[in-house]
Each structure stands twice: as C-alpha cells, then as structure tokens.
Design a protein around this ligand. Sequence first.
Ligand code: CMP
Length: 143
Amino acid sequence: MEQTFIMIKPDGVQRGLVGEIISRFEKKGFSLKALKFVNVDRPFAEKHYADLSAKPFFNGLVEYIVSGPVVAMVWEGKGVVATGRKLIGATNPLASEPGTIRGDFAIDIGRNVIHGSDAVESATKEIALWFPEGVVHWQSSLH
Ligand code: CMP
C-alpha cells in the first residue's frame, strides 16, 4: 500500500496545529503508520532538503526546520502521496486553495506549516531517512 512522509514544521507545532492536521488526514481515510516528535539538527535538515541545496532560500529553510521540534509521520492509503499534497495545498500559501491546510493556516512560503513528499520515490527516500527503524506493525510493543 502506498505511503507518504508528512512533517508538521516548527511553525505548525508552535501554533498548535498538530491535532487539526492529523485529524484532516484521519478523516480523509488515511492510516497513521508512524509518528515522532523530534528536533532535527542542521546536517539532518540539509539531508532532507538536499535536492534544494542550490536554491537561494536553502539556508533560511534549514534554519527554519531546526528552529523547533517537528512532528514527522508516515501516512498510508490509496493515492496518499498525491492526495496528501492536495490536502496540504500549494507550496506558496497565498496560492493554496481555502480548505487546504496551507490555504487555511498560512500566508508565508517560508513558514508554510507542513511538508509532504512530492512523489512516491521521494516518499520512499524520506521515510527511510526519518524512520530508519521502520514503521509501526501491529506487533510493536514496549518491554
Ligand atoms: P516543502 O513542501 O517543505 O518543500 C520545500 C520547501 O522549501 C517548501 O515547502 C517551502 O517551505 C520552501 N520554499 C520553497 N520555495 C521557497 C521560497 N521561494 N522561499 C522560501 N522558502 C521556499
């Protein structure tokens, strides 16, 4: 079954949007497969955004991602990569449709609340980077 990587960025966490965002993915019908609340360091953020390293905003983007804890998640379901991106809305919140997460909660491209993988291949890479331990299985338990 298709999976995608979703990250609630530091502004989304600070603004108390974690529950709202999780709720939207749940209500759509997707399944949460993994979740962690973490701080990432610069080298890790640079790895996550490696494809953007030549962009003029790269440095600011990395600073933003390391500025506070993020919620990293794996969601699963039919078409979750593309439909997850639809729930999130356009990268520039000013272009995001109302009803989308960015359309409802953001105005600044540099503070756009949430990240979602843009393709199945990037989802696979991002899930491996953020969840090297793998995602949850029904058998998972603490001892
Ligand atoms: P995200 O979906 O995480 O993917 C790459 C991120 O780069 C994007 O969301 C924005 O946060 C950021 N980004 C893209 N374009 C710009 C820009 N022009 N200025 C600042 N940040 C940007």
